[in-house]
Design a protein around this ligand. Structure first.
Ligand code: SF4
Length: 256
């Protein structure tokens, strides 16, 4: 076959839901990859036109609403589950999800999240865990690893500072939650698994099975003070020891 006869085959392109707005994330941040996961899953499920996202405060808020071409609302700090609850009750056929960082969900918004779960809201929460506060300068977060240095724990987090917050396990404990899992996007294989997990989570909501929760372990090279490559190794060697991957709950209906 001559060169002129060779067909070009597109193996990877920009998702249609990814807007043309340039990424606001730091180089090596995994939030951009997670944005892609969300776009691809919404497109494959043909739910882009029915999806409403509720973004919390933090770096998670900074990029997704302008990068993913669906309806969005930005929320007061930690209050995304309350606003999402209202939207889902008004629009029960919509796919409604929150996108929240570890400070937004695990600290100031923990009560709001648990209240939504205890009310049996039919929502999906995407929880972004990068073990620190990115947007505000790298302070200790509920998810910070024991021994990990932050700007407010410069000698490393001590046990006296509390133990890391486990969102996916906490969600799975509650009867109103039909699905809970933890994923990463730090390797191509894990990117594919993350897509499968988020697909399941959205399907649980649309089938009325119950609340669904997906925690993404994510690199924050800027605050961790590492190169993007070293951040990937840090996830593999440290983050996954504290935060194991997998499904913690997967049931057909919370009412069975
Ligand atoms: S500070 Fe961290 S989480 Fe925020 S955009 Fe930069 S790398 Fe990503």
């Amino acid at each position: 076959m001559s060169t002129s006869e060779q067909k070009k085959v597109l193996v990877c392109g920009k998702p249609e839901l990814r807007t043309g707005f340039p990424s606001l994330y730091c180089p090596g941040c995994h939030y951009g990859i997670i944005t892609r996961v969300i776009c691809e899953v919404l497109e494959e499920l043909k739910l882009g036109g029915k999806a409403i996202g509720f973004a919390g405060v933090g770096c998670s808020f900074g990029g997704a609403p302008i990068s993913i071409g669906i309806d969005w609302a930005s929320c007061p700090h930690g209050r995304a589950p309350a606003m999402a609850s209202a939207a889902k009750r008004i629009h029960p056929d919509a796919l409604v999800f929150t996108l929240q960082g570890d400070g937004d969900l695990g600290a100031i918004g923990l009560g709001c999240f648990l209240s939504a779960v205890l009310r049996n809201e039919n929502l999906t929460t995407i929880f972004l865990n990068n073990a620190g506060y990115g947007q505000t300068g790298g302070q200790l977060a509920p998810t910070t690893l024991t021994g990990m240095k932050t700007t407010t724990t410069q000698q490393g987090r001590r046990r006296e500072d509390g133990f890391p917050f486990h969102g996916a396990e906490l969600a799975a404990y509650h009867k109103a939650v039909a699905y809970s899992a933890r994923v990463t996007v730090h390797t191509p294989g894990n990117f594919k698994k993350a897509k499968r997990v988020l697909t399941t989570a959205f399907q649980k909501q649309m089938s009325g099975a119950g609340y669904s929760f997906v925690e993404f372990i994510s690199a924050c090279p800027s605050v961790w003070g590492m190169s993007p490559v070293d951040s990937v190794a840090y996830i593999q060697e440290h983050m996954l020891k504290e935060f194991p991957l997998g499904e913690f709950k997967n049931i057909d209906s919370i009412y069975d």
